[in-house]
Design a protein around this ligand. Structure first.
Ligand code: PEP
Ligand code: MN
Length: 340
């Protein structure tokens, strides 16, 4: 970091700052300018509390140079990380292929999940999504089928080879979900549930981490860092839209997050155009845009009867629409040197 002193800062103040820097186990390089003195702090300051130095007498501001996350950063690992999803189709997120994960918002019944799974597999998906534990805004809304839902997902994997991606909402669900899933989904509402991040960090299966609806990219990457710091380095970042003042869409899908996350991190990035828009008729365009922007994967809500879906019907596309969309994005993938 660079510490910029206020114009006319006294020598005593600069000396005190240097003392604090050394106390942190870091070194200083003092640059005396005409108007201001600047102190370059040398050493890995990522895990030090920079805010302390910002409020020291005579200090104007502190400018960080290194990202506060380490394992997730590009500085740490130059080459992109590719994460195998599991399942019999050998889908990978982060390689040259764009991995498509599709399925219902919620697992509703055995026949529903099986019908959708077969249809999305047929169209080229490698992963099956579906919530058995649902984080609902209202406590009176459908909360998911719990273990029975997980059993239906496992059955669908058995029949289709698709890798299962399903949400885990709390620490006490981790063991149960681990018995059925291939990939843990940590939802937007839990992105900063640090106890849950630690718990999935102790697991070996990959984690698809959704961006919180009001989280900055730095907070998002620090959440990924929690999981990685516990030993599970298989983190898939998922941009699912953020909450803005816009009311035409459920969330504002921040697609610039894809190249920006790729710039600062080696982790693969997946886009969720379903939560990202809230409207089924916008999903197709956002899938195209996400692939064009370099997304490593898509996670899409598909329902065989959206009008009667128990959750998120308005943003769910039909298997027919999904299959059409897949044809289009295959062409776009080729244009950006990828394949599906
Ligand atoms: C979902 O995938 O159905 C879901 C609840 O996602 P999010 O956590 O992004 O809202
Ligand atoms: Mn949903």
């Amino acid at each position: 970091m660079i510490v910029v002193m206020k114009p006319g800062a006294a020598k005593k103040q600069i000396d005190h700052l240097i003392h604090l820097v050394r106390e942190m186990g870091l070194k200083e390089h003092v640059i005396v300018g005409e108007e201001r003195t600047v102190v370059a702090v040398i050493g890995d300051d990522r895990f030090k509390d920079r805010t302390v130095l910002g409020s020291v007498d005579g200090v104007d501001r502190v400018v960080p140079i290194l990202a506060p996350y380490k394992m997730a950063s590009r500085e740490m690992k130059k080459e992109r990380t590719a994460i195998p999803l599991g399942g019999k189709l050998h889908g990978t997120v982060g390689g040259t292929k764009v991995a498509v994960i599709a399925g219902p918002c919620s697992v509703e019944s055995r026949s529903q999940v099986l019908e959708i799974a077969h249809a999305v597999k047929e169209a080229g998906a490698v992963g099956l999504r579906g919530g058995a534990f649902k984080p609902r805004t209202s406590p009176y809304a459908f909360q998911g089928l719990a273990e029975q839902g997980l059993e239906f997902l496992a059955l669908a994997r058995e029949e289709t080879g698709l890798a299962v991606v399903t949400e885990v909402m709390s620490i006490d669900q981790v063991e149960l979900v681990a018995r059925y899933t291939d990939v843990f989904q940590v939802g937007a509402r839990n992105m900063q549930n640090f106890n849950l991040l630690n718990a999935v960090g102790e697991q070996t299966k990959p984690v698809l981490l959704k961006r919180g609806m009001s989280a900055t990219l730095e907070e998002f990457l620090l959440a990924a860092e929690y999981i990685m710091a516990k030993g599970n380095t298989n983190v898939i970042l998922c941009e699912r839209g953020i909450r803005t003042y816009e009311e035409y869409v459920r969330n504002t899908l921040a697609l610039a997050a894809v190249p920006e996350l790729h710039r600062v991190s080696h982790l693969p990035v997946v886009v969720d155009p379903s939560q990202g828009t809230g409207k089924s008729y916008l999903v197709d365009s956002m899938c195209r845009a996400a692939v064009a922007a370099g997304a490593d994967g898509l996670i899409i809500e598909v329902h065989n009867d959206p009008e009667h879906a128990m959750t998120d019907g308005a943003q769910s596309i039909t298997p027919q629409q999904f299959s059409e969309m897949m044809k289009t994005i295959r062409r776009i993938a080729v244009a950006v040197d990828r394949s599906i």
